[in-house]
Design a protein around this ligand. Structure first.
Ligand code: CTP
Length: 436
């Protein structure tokens, strides 16, 4: 969607600047080219070298560099861009933009440009809520500058509130919205009164809905393996890494859904912006999912152990010299997906399962969709040769009531993002559930 688009990324000072490495990567994955301009403060948080390596382009920071001006005047930096993105945008750069100052390369480019500007603010909550910043934001919006974020959450300064820079995928979604004409016209934000206000209204800036189409939706995602105890020190489990389930939780959250991620033990990091509930056994996973209801969307990506040990021992099983090893009697675990997909007042509107198959992938997945009563099945081949378990890529088929779609081999993140886009399409912008 961003193929051939040229993004001029202007970084101002702030700890959130480190997220720009990921932002550049995501933009380039989508075919955009990225050229970076740094303020002097930004250069204290990220190095020009790292940005240059990721963007594969020269990084600009000095207004008075003779070399830069002879090779690429500051006016050309803007001319050769389709969109200017300021991320992170500190309170300081917002103030300088609002005042029309041009005291470094970044603000000079911003003052000289006739291109659209998208801003991703990042600052301390009190700076964001300060009347001066509110007024600057209102001024910029009235001039057509678009905003994405900031998000609410814990901050590096140990405070909580609005001021966290949007996640890279949210910024990417806003950029895509700009190029597809879905970025709405700017309108003044509500002004916050009184210095003691810490929390912003849930929808602080116009336009957030367009970037967060799942804003009013609740989602539950299961991920990772389960562990079924044999005794307090041993268990039955599987090789699931949790990468795919975690990526789906992150992708749904990036589009605005309120996500509860119920996960077995995994080594991957918690995705941003989701509530994480850690469990061990299938019984615990089911209980945690039920506790998270009601939800609009359920995605069961966990590799739930099919069996558990009947009467797991309370103490460690000891070897008895000369005696036969203990026989483990297995009993079936509850089927979490089938249980959540069963009809009833709490059945989520969209229930998505995975099918981990080693042979007859599509045929088994089609049958599994029927058997489990879910709406969609994402079928993947987990035979060892594919490297799906634990790997970073996945080749899936999406099985719905209307048929089977083969997707190309994609990074697990990309599978997650595509699935999240399908979820948005399924629900439509009106909030009415579309037939699948
Ligand atoms: N699943 C679940 N609870 C279980 C077993 C599976 O929620 N006890 C879910 C998985 O999260 C996945 C789907 O069911 O979304 C299919 O899992 P899979 O392991 O492919 O299928 P099984 O149910 O184990 O069936 P089979 O053994 O026949 O492949």
């Amino acid at each position: 969607m961003l193929t051939g688009k040229r993004i001029l990324l202007i970084l101002s000072g702030g700890i959130a600047a480190f997220k720009c490495h990921d932002l550049i990567r995501r933009l380039r994955e989508r075919g955009a080219s990225v050229r970076c301009v740094l303020t002097p403060a930004a250069a204290r948080f990220v190095t020009p070298l790292s940005l240059q390596a990721l963007s594969e382009d020269k990084v600009y920071s000095d207004l008075f560099s003779l070399t830069d001006e002879s090779e690429m005047g500051h006016i050309n930096l803007s001319r050769e861009a389709d969109l200017l993105v300021v991320a992170p945008a500190s309170a300081n750069i917002l103030a300088r933009m609002a005042q029309g100052l041009a005291d470094d390369l970044a603000t000079t480019v911003l003052l000289a440009t006739d291109k659209a500007v998208l801003v991703a603010p990042a600052m301390n909550v009190r700076m964001w809520l300060h009347p001066a910043t509110r007024a600057n934001v209102a001024t910029l919006r009235s001039r057509g500058v678009a905003f994405v974020g900031p998000n609410e959450g814990a901050m590096a300064c140990n405070e909580f509130g609005p001021g966290r820079m949007s996640e890279p995928l949210e910024i990417v979604a806003a950029i895509e919205a700009y190029f597809t004409g879905r970025l709405p016209a700017a309108e003044p934000p509500p002004l916050i009164s009184g210095p003691s206000v810490i929390r912003m209204p849930p929808e602080p800036m116009g336009g957030a809905i367009a970037h967060r189409p799942l804003m009013s939706r609740r989602a539950i995602v299961t991920s990772g393996p389960t562990r079924e105890a044999i005794d307090p020190v041993r268990y039955i489990s599987n090789h699931s890494s949790g990468k795919q389930g975690h990526a789906i939780a992150g992708a749904l959250a990036a589009l605005g859904a309120e996500v509860t991620l119920v996960t077995g033990p995994v080594g991957v990091a918690d995705p941003a912006g989701v509530k994480v509930v850690r469990v061990e056994s299938a019984d615990d996973m089911l209980a945690a999912c039920r506790a998270a209801l009601p939800a609009d969307i359920v995605v069961c990506a966990a590799a739930v152990a099919d069996w558990k040990v009947r009467n797991a021992a309370n103490g460690k099983l000891k070897k008895v010299p000369g005696a036969a090893p203990p026989a483990l009697e297995l009993v079936p675990n509850p089927d979490i997906l089938a249980s959540l997909a069963a009809s009833g007042p709490q059945r989520p509107a969209l229930v998505v399962g995975f099918a981990a198959e080693t042979e007859n992938v599509v045929a088994n997945a089609v049958a599994k969709r029927e058997r489990k009563g879910c709406d969609w099945i994402v079928a993947n081949d987990v035979s060892p040769a594919t490297g799906t378990f634990g790997g970073d890529r996945n080749t899936v088929h999406l099985v719905t009531a209307s048929g089977v779609e083969a997707w190309p081999t994609l990074a697990k993140d990309a599978v997650a993002e595509e699935l999240a886009r399908r979820v948005v399409r399924h629900f439509g912008t009106s909030g009415v559930v579309a037939a699948s």
